[in-house]
Design a protein around this ligand. Structure first.
Ligand code: SAH
Length: 362
């Protein structure tokens, strides 16, 4: 019989599971807190749970803790890039970035990706499988343990303490490998567990999900009553250019995608944002900036410009700093709120999917 993936069970389901084992419900609460607040690394760590029950759990459940098999630390800004091995031997990347306002974590949602964006390394080897909620949480928890560790705590600070609050990650972005809305159900369970008051209890407002634009899923997400931010990878000012860069544009036309964002914003009352990878000679002219501003101006969403991080498999080039600044200025003049994303960890395998790719091809 397959073992129960206990780390993927939301609070209510865990309580049901535990009462089904003829344990009291308060034991379920303790167990959830051990897994999702103290971030215990095994049932053995859970000292206030009866030993016989811990043995039963070990027997019946899988409890795979993600450990980094590679860790790169930027000398420039302290950005940490982790490569984690999953229970089946697959590998995923996640990143920790330090900002003035706190620590921000970027996680992967799938092993590989099937979206095929032309400039992205994550998609070059195709898609292998979805990540479970436990595997998405596992990336966050492993990084959180690392933060405690390098900040000098031997284990999790006591729950509810100032230290716990001050050392907890402050932002999460689902912008690593994979298309999160292509792993919809697991993504939602993951978000609900990460923001559960019995767990790490992140605020939904501190979570951003980035999508290449799966229109039906954007509509579905709008109805979930979540306070998260949605970011759209737009990357082009019109349908023709978008199709050159993103195969998904053949399925969902650019105006339908932008309309889906409009309706997401209207339904949820949450701001949306746009990502735009600047590729020299492809989407970075003054005319592109003008056309882009006309497409999205009424949405008042923030635009993040990301000078493309060149990958050796393609000959896309990043524009010069001046060209990026000029594009920004042009958008601003057209009334768009825009920043050039600060490039973090320039000296490590920065672009999505590069670290994993280097390992699977070595
Ligand atoms: N599938 C989701 C999330 C993953 S990618 C999405 O498409 O939004 C996170 C962001 O990084 C996306 O905007 C993606 O297009 C961008 N990206 C991927 N590779 C890049 C590269 N080499 N240079 C610049 N941006 C890149």
């Amino acid at each position: 019989m397959d073992k129960t993936d206990i780390l993927s069970l939301p609070y209510d389901e865990l309580l049901e599971y535990v009462t089904g084992q003829k344990e009291k419900a308060f034991r379920g609460k303790q167990l959830y807190q051990w897994m999702h607040q103290h971030l215990a690394t095994s049932f053995d760590d859970m000292k206030n749970l009866p030993k016989a029950w811990r043995e039963q759990l070990t027997e019946e459940c899988s409890y795979h803790v993600l450990k980094p098999v590679d860790l790169q630390i930027s000398q420039l800004d302290g950005t940490r890039k982790y490569l984690f091995e999953l229970a089946d031997g697959n590998m995923v990347e996640a990143v920790l970035m330090h900002y003035k306002h706190g620590d921000s974590v970027c996680i992967s949602s799938q092993v590989g990706c099937k979206m095929g964006c032309r400039f992205c390394a994550s998609t070059l080897d195709g898609w292998l499988r979805n990540l479970t909620p436990a595997e998405m949480l596992g990336q966050v928890y492993s990084i959180q343990r690392d933060i405690w560790n390098f900040r000098g705590f031997e284990k999790a600070p006591s729950i509810g303490s100032e230290e716990y609050r001050n050392t907890r990650i402050s932002n999460l972005v689902v912008m690593g490998t994979g298309e999160p809305l292509d792993n919809y159900d697991n993504l939602l369970t993951f978000i609900r567990m990460l923001t559960d008051e019995h767990g790490l209890n992140l605020s939904q407002r501190s979570i951003t999900v980035s999508t290449c634009g799966l229109v039906p899923k954007i509509h579905q997400l709008a109805e979930e009553n979540l306070g998260i931010t949605l970011a759209l990878s737009l990357h082009a000012p019109n349908q023709e250019k978008r199709m050159e860069l993103m195969p998904i544009a053949k399925t969902y036309e650019i105006h339908d995608v932008v309309d889906a964002l409009r309706s997401y914003q209207k339904t949820t009352g949450r701001r949306v944002s746009f990502e735009y990878s600047l590729v020299a000679g492809v989407n970075d002219t003054d005319a592109d900036a003008k056309e882009l501003s006309e497409l999205i101006r009424d949405i008042h969403g923030h635009v993040n410009l990301i000078p493309v991080n060149p990958i050796k498999e393609r000959d896309f080039k990043s524009p010069s700093h001046q060209a990026a600044l000029a594009f920004q200025k042009k958008l601003e003049n057209c009334g768009i709120n825009v920043t050039i994303r600060r490039e973090m960890g320039r000296d490590i395998d920065g672009a999505c999917g590069q670290l994993r790719r280097r390992h699977i091809h070595s």
